[in-house]
Design a protein around this ligand. Structure first.
Ligand SMILES: Cc1cc2nc3c(=O)[nH]c(=O)nc-3n(C[C@H](O)[C@H](O)[C@H](O)COP(=O)(O)O)c2cc1C
Length: 411
């Protein structure tokens, strides 16, 4: 039977997603400067839930306030914002939608402007010194510190469940801490967390176990994982497939496939080959390899833009869910219109200022999408045709140039 976008997807834990469209995580930067939940988040997720998408994954929520990835994102360590958290979850559950909280620790991708220092598996700086200027040289984590971070993932997941979120996702992609542990470039440890592939994946498996122990067997636990880091000597497909197999054995409910890091942003399509672009989504070839090995539900994210591309990826069996990020900023109700046949493609287009140096910098797109997210959160419609330069200047006015310069495109 051909799989179509409107079909429900049952997960190993017993929960069911109402259709095959998932909103991938996007850092909203809509919390307070002290990283607390705000009514703006509630409004944004209500809008998305009403837009027909079956699964909403939140932007990354930090598990430790001493390690922050970007300004004004939520930190979840305790119950201080319980009532607003509950409202956030309730809004995301409208119309039987699932809302999963993405949990993250940035590791060395913790900007200097927001953090006193940074920790990582090993004291390895960014290989690009221009990028490295915005980040501390990380200090290697001790084993008790690793155990503390593992515990924190479990604690934040339990708090999310208590507040009414219907699942959680580990951010295991894009060069953050989990992905740093997996990478032979960033992880040069000689203890049981490094040195070979099995040791490098110990951290992510411990994080999964800690979460599962706190949320129980009937609660969706997912991971966003890189197919590869696309860096010489980094995490590559062969090792990623082994991680997928190990996570599937442990009972993971859904694996979202992405790829790249700050230094090699493939998740945004940068550096993607023309032959890959013809298939629309960037990581489908890798997903097909995963499919041959495991039956765990998959969501492929990055590049989906047309109904035809989405249907063919589902029909080929390369993915079970279609992950969308930028299209759902430009059109928060795109899923509904794809499902009822009113839309066949989406209105995402490259964001340009016309100034080459600016256009090549990752901050360009992030400021544009950040502004649009803010508009939806204030009850206004996004402006798909808004210019790049004016958005950049507006964001600079609000957050200041210093923060903007270290702003990153993908969390
Ligand atoms: C503004 C913005 C913020 C993002 N924040 C996150 C994030 O918090 N966590 C994450 O896993 N990916 C994040 N991403 C990456 C997206 O989830 C997605 O992988 C990427 O945009 C490719 O999908 P798309 O082509 O459908 O946009 C972000 C992307 C954008 C544009």
């Amino acid at each position: 039977m051909t799989v179509t976008l409107d079909q429900p997807l049952p997960l190993p834990c017993g929960a069911t997603l109402k259709n095959r469209l998932g909103k991938s995580a996007m850092s909203e930067t809509l919390g307070t400067p002290g990283n607390r939940v705000t009514p703006r988040l509630v409004r944004l997720y209500r809008e998305w839930a009403r837009g027909g998408t079956g699964l909403l994954v939140t932007g990354n929520v930090m598990v430790d306030r001493r390690a922050i990835g970007e300004p004004c994102n939520v930190v979840l360590e305790n119950n201080r914002d319980k009532r607003l958290l509950e409202r956030w979850a309730l809004a995301g559950r409208e119309q039987n939608t699932h809302i999963w909280m993405q949990l993250n620790h940035p590791g060395k991708q913790a900007p200097k402007a927001l953090n006193r220092g940074a920790v990582a598996p090993s004291a390895v700086p960014f290989s690009d010194p221009k990028l490295g200027r915005f980040f501390h040289l990380p200090r290697a984590l001790t084993q008790p510190e690793i155990a503390d971070i593992v515990r924190r993932f479990g604690e934040s997941a339990a708090l999310a469940r208590d507040a009414g979120f219907t699942g959680v996702q580990i951010h295991g992609a894009h060069g953050y801490l989990v992905s740093q542990f997996l990478s032979p470039l960033s992880n040069q440890r000689e203890d049981e967390y490094g040195g070979n592939a099995e040791n490098r994946r110990r951290f992510v498996l411990e994080v999964y176990d800690a979460i599962r122990a706190r949320v129980g067997d009937d609660f969706p636990v997912s991971i966003k994982l890189n197919s590869a880091d696309f860096q010489q000597g980094g995490f590559e497909e062969g090792e990623s497939l082994q991680v997928v197999e190990a996570l599937a054995r442990q009972g993971m409910d859904l694996i979202e496939i992405s790829g790249g890091t700050y230094e090699s942003p493939r998740m945004a399509g940068q550096g993607v080959k023309e032959s890959t672009r013809r298939r629309e989504a960037y990581f489908l070839d890798y997903a097909e390899q995963v499919r041959q090995r495991v039956t765990v539900p998959l969501m492929v994210t990055g590049g989906f833009r047309t109904l035809e591309g989405m249907n063919s990826a589902l029909a080929d069996g390369a993915t079970d869910m279609v992950g969308l990020a930028r299209p759902l900023v430009v059109e928060p109700d795109l899923s509904r219109r794809l499902l009822d046949g009113r839309a066949r493609d989406c209105r995402v287009k490259p964001i340009r200022t016309g100034v080459r140096m600016v256009d090549e910098a990752a901050m360009m797109e992030v400021s544009w999408y950040t502004l649009q997210l803010g508009r939806i959160a204030r009850g206004k419609a996004p402006l798909p045709d808004a210019g790049g330069l004016s958005s950049l200047l507006k964001v600079a006015g609000v957050v200041g140039w210093r923060r903007l310069r270290m702003g990153r495109l993908r969390a």
